[in-house]
Design a protein around this ligand. Sequence first.
Ligand code: FUB
Length: 330
Amino acid sequence: MSILKYALFLSLFTLSYIPLQAQKSTVKKSGNPVFPGWYADPEGVIFKNQYWIYPTYSAPYNQQIFFDAFSSPDLVTWTKHSRILDSTAVKWAKRAMWAPAIIEKGGKYFLFFGANDIHDEQKEIGGIGVAVADNPAGPFKDYLGKPLIGQIRNGAQPIDQFVFKDKDGQYYMLYGGWGHCNIARLKDDFTGFLPFSDGTLFREITPKNYVEGPTMFVRNGKYYFMWSEGGWTGPNYSVAYAVANSPFGPFERVGKILQQDPSVATGAGHHSIIQVPGTDEWYIVYHRRPLTETDGNHRETCIDRLYFDEKGAIKPVKITVEGVEARRLN
Ligand code: FUB
């Protein structure tokens, strides 16, 4: 080979090699959405060193008759578990099966869900139900044979429940649509509720601008209460929060931390929070609508990082197309 030809070969080789190397050193990311399909109201949790997401199947109400779940060892690779709960296993649930929340207790997995989109408890059966399984991937069976909450209390539609375990081991349910949020003390076996000292079962803790989708977690001894604001079918759906010294508040709205970004997506809301156990690493799991879509149900499940400032305030979330870096659990 002549020197000229060799130089040409060398430069061509170098040119094609450099981008490949750069690509190899790029950190693996989840991308957003983290899995394909129209899925909303994602409940992100960790079971046995795996991440799990339990979303609403986002479709017209009469087609919302089952739940799929997704699991991942690292937030990047997701496995779909189809129809972990189906309306055929819940004789009172006919449609609009929404917004799952799940906890593990004593080796059993309890999946709480809304069903039937009730507006009048005198005329309709529905509300918040609970299903149980021996495995996070199901199959789940109806636990009670009837709704756990089938009434409208304090103006709250019985949907969008979240189950919160307090520091003393007491489980609470926070729930409610139509701009009202209630908290209730769950019985140990999740078959009903225990009265508060004033005899009531459902205590209203609604903060300013609350619409639906409550969730709660504790960090550094403080109770962070978060919720969705705006209308879920529109671009302005968003998430705000408050902080208190108790799960009952009082909750003074601090401000929005999740909302649309005109360069990324609209309607970012109805979220959940994952903390990597034993660390101060936090993720927000939420849904949003692609910029190309206006159909209310065209919602996708996404994950981004959640950060706090030095005073414990939640920093506004940067919603991304890239998603989060691979993060395995030990
Ligand atoms: O997915 C159905 C409903 O949309 C949920 O219950 C609301 O919170 C909203 O996200």
